[in-house]
Structures are given as C-alpha cells and as structure tokens.
Design a protein around this ligand. Structure first.
Ligand code: ZN
Length: 321
C-alpha cells in the first residue's frame, strides 16, 4: 500500500436530524444516498436547551442502534439564526437555544463529528444536490410553512450570511399590515405563510372549522375553498400569491435566480400555487431573467436529507457549497 494516496472517504452511513418546533425527524443515509432507517419523535415541549438537546441525543442513539454499519457522522438542521461555521445556534426560539454550541455539545454526547445547519438551507441543499434544482447554479428555495424561509444558491454557492441570510419571510410587503412575530409590520410571513393563510381566512369568516366541526383548516383547505368559489378564501389566496410574487421578484432581482423552488405546507396546493406565483412574479420583472417556479420535490424529508448531506460533507472535509 502506498502512503501518498488520499484516504478513501468513510463508507458508512451518516445520520441527518431535522429538529423542528413540533417534530424531531431523523434518517440514516448510506454513502450512495439511500435512506436505510428513519425515526420521528415529538419535540419535547420544555423549551430549555438541555431538554431538547438530550431528546436529539436520544433520537441519534436509537437510530444508530437500528443501523448495522458504523455511523460516521451526524448532520443537524435547526430553524432560527444558525452560525454554521461555528456550529452555534445563535437563536432558535422554538427550541430554547440561544448562543448554544449545539455541534460541540452533540459531538461530546455522541462521539460523532457533527455539522450544524439551518433547516431551510439544508432543504435547499437537498433539492440542489439531489432534487428538483439538481445542477442549478442560481436557485432560490422558499419554504412556506409556519413562517417563510429561503435558501439561496447564487453563482453555485450557498449563501449563509453568518446565519442571517435567507429571512425572506421578514421582507415587508405591506407597511400598514399586521404585526409580525419579529416586531415589524406587514412582513411577507404575515400574509403568505401557511399559518397566515389559515389565520387570515379565519379572520374573514369568523372561524376555521371544517363543516364536520373539526377545528383547524390547513392552507391547502383554504386553497381548495378558493378554487371552489369561496370569495373569502379566494381573497386570502390572492393576497398570498401577490405578496409572494412581489417578495420573490425582489430576491430574484438581487440574486439573479433562474429557478424558484417552493416547499412547505402552502406548496401542497400544487398547481394552484405554482402557476399563479409564476404569473405574479413575472409581472414584476422587466429586464431580469425569468426564473421558472417549481414545487419542491422532496416534501417534508428535505430537511433530514439536507442535514445528512451536511454531515457527509463535514466528514469528507469538502464544503457542501
Ligand atoms: Zn417579520
């Protein structure tokens, strides 16, 4: 054996964990990209750093025990302001983390190399490396869920901004609009997140019950009511689409995106979202390249797969970007 050959990359599986406010989702992903095991657990309601960290550690150990091969690394995707280079959750309010050195703490707990990433950027990496944006150099992915986040690839590089990039949901589209959780008024997320669509429909109709009395509607239900001719639903949906087109036009103009990928709960409306957002975006563009608007391919698993990609990239010491 020669000594000058670079070592072969470790061949075992890596774990990807997506830590959300509601669920901790995890998967073991083999070197060829195949998911070999999955696990999902509720996120503990106690929002203190240690409780959520030990829940993540427990998910990791349980999944590890299900995988026959030696697990090589761990990638963890988290919402909030995430400093990926330092492995620190600067602010993840849903999880009780503030300036928490998540990568170091989980590495000490599990003995694995750990890469920490932002959940939406991880989803963007998954779609960019494996999914609908594969091979693209100028891609914007927006997830439309409880809030709105974006992952931006520009010139073939993922933009991180020391953790602050991608806060598309907090671009202001209506200065006189409703107060956002961030303290500002009229942010995109107050009009076009899945949560906002449901809330705004309830405000117009006095309630959001199904006819059978089930308490909550989903954004997809509001979309279906809009399609069926419900004027309140149609107005709420049109507002969401218009606001998205406007914010996306600004982002596209800044980043030169040529593909816009929409994911999250609102994207479950499929063609009822994609086509109208494409039209709304096009209205605002003049000289710019006209990006294609498409639906994310990976659904709820993109965060987990992206986290695993981050874990594998850290292991191989090759930046994922
Ligand atoms: Zn805001």
């Amino acid at each position: 054996m020669t000594t000058n050959q670079p070592a072969a990359p470790p061949a075992g599986p890596v774990l990807g964990v997506d830590v959300g406010g509601t669920l901790i989702k995890a998967a073991a992903v083999a070197a060829d990209g195949e998911v070999v095991a999955r696990l999902e657990r509720p996120t503990p309601p106690a929002r203190d750093p240690d409780t959520v960290l030990s829940a993540v550690g427990s998910v990791v150990e349980t999944l590890r025990a299900q995988v026959p091969d030696r697990v090589e690394a761990l990638g963890v995707a988290v919402p909030g302001i995430i400093d990926e280079a330092r492995g620190v959750a600067v602010m993840a309010a849903n999880l009780g983390w503030r300036d928490t050195p998540v990568a170091d703490l989980l590495s000490a707990a599990t003995g694995l190399p750990v890469a920490l990433g932002h959940d939406v950027r991880a989803a963007c990496v998954a779609e960019w490396r494996l999914g609908v944006a594969k091979g693209g150099s100028d891609v914007l992915l927006a997830t439309l869920g409880t809030g709105i986040g974006a992952g931006v690839v520009s010139g073939g590089r993922l933009l991180v901004g020391s953790g602050y990039a991608g806060q598309l949901g907090h671009t202001v589209v209506d200065p006189d609009g409703q107060r956002c959780s961030c303290g500002q008024r009229g942010c995109l997320a107050t009009i076009a997140s899945a949560t906002a669509v449901v809330r705004r429909y309830a405000e117009r109709t006095g309630g959001a019950e199904h006819p059978d009395g089930t308490p909550a509607l989903s954004a997809r239900d509001v979309a279906q009511r809009a399609r069926a001719g419900d004027p309140a639903a149609a107005a709420v949906w049109a507002d969401a689409v218009g606001a998205l087109g406007r914010s996306l036009a600004i982002a596209v103009t800044v980043f030169g995106s040529e593909l816009v990928v929409l994911g999250g709960g609102l994207a479950l409306a499929g063609d009822q979202l994609i086509g109208p957002v494409q039209d709304s975006l096009d209205e605002w563009l003049t000289f710019q390249r006209r990006p294609r608007v498409v639906r994310a391919a990976m659904g709820a698993e993109s965060g987990v797969l992206g986290a695993a990609l981050l874990g594998r990239a850290a292991l191989e010491e090759t930046p994922v970007t």
